[in-house]
Design a binder for this molecule. Structure first.
Ligand SMILES: C[S@@+](CC[C@H](N)C(=O)[O-])C[C@H]1O[C@@H](n2cnc3c(N)ncnc32)[C@H](O)[C@@H]1O
Ligand code: SF4
Length: 382
């Protein structure tokens, strides 16, 4: 039976950031006892169909799971421990915002069983944080990083770069300040304008513009170089780690391993009776909650994936990773050889252009390919 990773979604935030299209919502009051009961109910449901497996990671994502009561987090981890066998050194990550009220809970979250914190720092200067609509300032971010270091064996923080008018020099300076603060892992995302967000409206109005493709490429290349020099290898498009400190949980997604998702909008991929099943929970928090209370789970969709769909998903996820996709693993997951899943007409041009490497080991996107992965995938999967 394949190992399992578990994702738990907490859909609430103090305020909505203008760039964010995650399933995150601002609510006046949350009946946390009810939410805990419902998450435990869905945990029991998914455990019933994956009994006997080994659990390698738990990830509390959001939204802002650092707003959860530590007892809720502890209760979920404890229940998971009753259902599944924990792998040695199981990774238990929680996403946190650097606001001081939340940082005050880090010790309790550590005691609850969280052993890795992922902190949404986003920027290290106040002007940029204001532009990003964040509820914290740079001083709070630094304080939260110090606390994370004290209370968690492993921690990572997120920064958003390629912001409007950001020069190579300015981003270089910010990286110089960030690197000495880093633990074993950093997530560095290029700002994207997501449809339906406040930033989409503002950008359409002409309030600001993202750096052009050339500038984005230059920023990305500089980021990879600086991080590699600092000993944090670029192991995924936006993720950098010291060797062995990659996020085990996120690797499960990118390697197309099994994961279960509970909570509003959570996705899962589960191998059950030889089929790979895609699961999706109801997205709206209140709709999800009502469904769990009425029928025992908030499932919106459960569909078996065809070999073609599995191949497509595996390519989309696996090419994000620096080591790419293992040939044997691809064949066992999809029943297809790599070449059979790729558009043969486009392959030579992508290989000669230096965007992908196809060999006995498998398929890999080069750094240049990873930088424009959407375009590469569009051709590979044509
Ligand atoms: C689920 S969110 C973060 C968790 C936490 N609520 C926070 O804001 O710190 C995960 C990360 O995705 C990144 N992110 C979200 N929307 C983005 C966008 N439009 N462009 C770039 N990065 C984005 C941010 O760095 C964010 O920390
Ligand atoms: S970036 Fe984080 S805090 Fe901001 S709305 Fe999205 S999930 Fe919430």
């Amino acid at each position: 039976m394949p190992d399992l990773a578990l994702y738990i979604h907490w859909p609430f935030c103090k305020s909505k950031c203008p760039y964010c299209d995650f399933n995150s919502h601002v609510r006046g009051a949350i009946d946390e006892a009810r939410w805990k009961r419902a998450l435990l109910t869905e945990l029991d449901q998914v455990a019933a169909e994956t009994a006997g497996r080994r659990l390698t990671s738990i990830f509390f994502g959001g939204g802002t799971p650092s707003l959860m009561a530590p007892e809720t987090v502890a209760g979920l981890i404890e229940r998971a421990g009753r259902h599944w066998r924990f792998a040695d050194g199981i990774e238990v990550t929680l996403e946190a915002n650097p606001n001081s009220v939340e940082a005050a809970r880090f010790a309790a979250l550590g005691q609850a069983g969280v052993n890795r914190l992922s902190l949404g720092v986003q920027a290290l200067d106040d002007r940029a944080l204001r532009f990003l609509g964040r509820a914290h300032d740079a001083a709070e971010a630094l304080a939260a990083i110090a606390l994370a270091r004290r209370h968690f064996r492993r921690f990572s923080f997120d920064l958003i770069y390629a912001r409007p008018e950001q020069t190579l020099e300015a981003w270089g300076d910010e990286l110089d300040r960030a690197l000495p603060l880093a633990g074993d892992h950093l997530s560095l995302y290029q700002l994207t304008i997501e449809p339906g967000t406040a930033f989409a409206t503002a950008a359409a109005r002409g309030d600001f513009a993202l750096p052009d493709d050339e500038q984005q490429g230059a920023l990305y290349e500089m980021t990879e170089r600086r991080l590699a020099t600092a000993g944090l290898a670029p192991y995924e498009i936006s993720n950098y780690a010291r060797p062995g400190s990659e996020s085990r949980h996120n690797l499960a997604y990118w390697r197309y391993d099994d994961y279960a998702g509970i909570g509003p909008g959570a996705h899962g991929r589960l191998t059950l009776d030889g089929a790979k099943i895609a699961t999706r929970r109801k997205r709206a928090p209140e709709t999800w909650l009502a469904a769990v209370e009425a029928v025992g789970d908030g499932s919106e969709e459960r569909v078996p994936l065809s070999p073609q769909e599995r191949a497509r998903e595996m390519l989309m996820m696996g090419l994000r990773l620096a080591p790419g996709i293992d040939r044997a693993r691809f064949a066992s997951e999809t029943g297809m050889a790599l070449e059979a899943a790729l558009d043969g007409a486009q392959l030579p041009h992508l290989i000669e252009g230096g965007f992908i490497v196809l060999n006995a080991a498998g398929l890999q996107a080069t750094p240049a390919g990873r930088q424009r992965l959407n375009a590469v995938l569009a051709q590979l999967l044509a």
